[in-house]
Design a protein around this ligand. Structure first.
Ligand code: TMP
Length: 216
């Protein structure tokens, strides 16, 4: 599959540890871009398609503690293969801006740096799943791991958001994930925008919006 990438198409992905505010920022950016008359598709991984939502349920179910890392990565990859072909590529071909709550970099951070799976294998599986489609910009909302998990627990207690199988991994796992994100961002600073997620929602939004405007 060769995705069409013409004109000023923009594929932006949001990454970050648990509770970093990706979902809030995507909603704000989507609204701001709509207000300027732009067409935007906001989507997510895992999920984003009816089949992907079923895969998400398997991945996040608390009872699936027996899920082995190799099966876990292949389920994330299956979700991504469906998502790219059913949602992302068609939207980019229409000329829409695509904002995705997580994408391939989550696999490298969680299954690679977090679980310790072989990075080369992960890159091959990811390239197969995506058909080589890479984001134009990765927005990484950086946050202390404990603080993020605390935020997420609080939101869940108020009935907002979920507390899933991945959230239950040890703090050391989440710390490796964060270190992984920061390493990838440092290796590719042109494609990654790192933002301190402890700043106010409005301040984070402003930084994101200004960067996107320069790309359009
Ligand atoms: P979220 O929708 O709350 O961000 O939850 C998604 C969870 O799935 C989060 O813990 C990160 C994890 N994940 C992976 O481990 N690998 C992946 O490739 C993706 C997309 C998500």
């Amino acid at each position: 599959m060769r995705p069409l990438r013409e004109g000023s198409v923009v594929f932006v992905t949001f990454e970050g540890p648990e509770g970093s505010g990706k979902t809030t920022q995507i909603a704000l950016l989507e609204r701001a871009l709509h207000a300027t008359g732009r067409r935007v598709v906001a989507t997510r991984e895992p999920g984003g398609t009816p089949i992907g939502e079923q895969i998400r349920a398997v991945l996040h179910a608390h009872e699936n503690v027996a899920l082995v890392p190799a099966a876990e990565i292949l389920l994330y990859a299956a979700d991504r293969a469906q998502h790219v072909r059913e949602v992302v590529v068609p939207a980019l071909q229409r000329g829409d801006i695509v904002l995705s709550d997580r994408y391939a970099e989550s696999t490298l951070a969680y299954q690679g740096y977090g679980r310790g799976l072989d990075m080369e294998a992960l890159r091959h599986i990811t390239a197969f799943a995506t058909g080589g489609l890479r984001p134009d910009l990765v927005i990484y909302l950086d946050l202390d791991v404990e603080l993020g998990l605390q935020r997420k627990r609080r939101a869940q207690a108020l009935g907002r958001g979920e507390w899933n199988r991945m959230d239950e991994q040890a703090t050391a796992f989440h710390q490796r994930v964060r270190t992984g994100y920061l390493t990838m961002a440092a290796e590719d600073p042109e494609r990654w925008l790192v933002i301190d997620a402890t700043r106010s929602i409005e301040a984070v939004h402003r930084v994101i919006y200004e960067r996107i405007e320069t790309m359009l």
